[in-house]
Design a binder for this molecule. Structure first.
Ligand code: SF4
Length: 199
């Protein structure tokens, strides 16, 4: 993010800019102090993609797993964080997952929080997440989301929520002649949200 080096301590505040998938991972991590493998991977790569350094990522995960003894974290989890940053094993530079990858790969099972809520949640659970965690109170928006998900247009539902959450900022941009382009990546969603709210 331009002008804002990201630290572990800044992530709670920045989560107001997250799309539903990452907000659900973040809130689950905060409430259970744990995430399963694919959730950690999806969230680690997202945070890496928005500029969290490997040192700050290790601080973040260490702090988040606060119920876990330090040696267990260091033995079983720190490796995976460093691996995601290309510092272990095959040293690949793994990229943050796109919406398409999240929608199609590894559907979440019981107790897992990864995936895309627009695709993987029931409409009732999705509505609760949108109302309680993302502040979507407009019934027309919620009805539109329901229709989008029923038509399997998950990214359209996500873009509908983005447009609702940034209506004033997008109106201002439109007046300046700038047009809204559809978001297809969680990182794009987060960066765009941050830029719109911090002009
Ligand atoms: Fe995340 Fe993409 Fe689903 Fe939106 S459409 S919640 S950004 S995976």
């Amino acid at each position: 993010l331009s002008g804002a080096p990201i630290t572990a301590g800044a992530i709670d505040g920045l989560s107001q800019h997250f799309p539903a998938c990452m907000l659900h991972l973040h809130r689950t991590l905060r409430s259970t102090k744990h995430l399963k493998h694919f959730g950690r991977l999806q969230y680690t790569l997202f945070l890496k993609g928005v500029g969290l350094s490997v040192e700050e990522a290790l601080n973040f995960w260490r702090g988040a797993f606060s119920n876990m003894p330090a040696d267990k974290f260091n033995k079983e989890y720190a490796y995976n964080v460093r691996h995601a940053y290309g510092m272990e094993g095959g040293r690949k530079n793994y990229r943050a997952k796109s919406c398409q990858q999240i929608l199609l790969e590894h559907p979440p099972g019981t107790g897992e929080a990864h995936g895309c809520p627009y695709r993987h949640f029931s409409i009732d659970n999705l509505t609760v997440l949108l109302q309680k965690q993302m502040g979507v109170t407009d019934q027309a928006v919620l009805r539109g989301v329901k229709q989008d998900t029923e038509a399997t247009k998950y990214h359209m539902a996500c873009n509908r929520v983005f447009e609702y959450a940034h209506a004033a900022e997008l109106k201002r941009e439109k007046e300046k002649g700038q047009t809204f382009t559809t978001l297809t990546h969680p990182n794009e969603y987060m960066v765009r949200s941050w830029e719109l709210k911090n002009p």
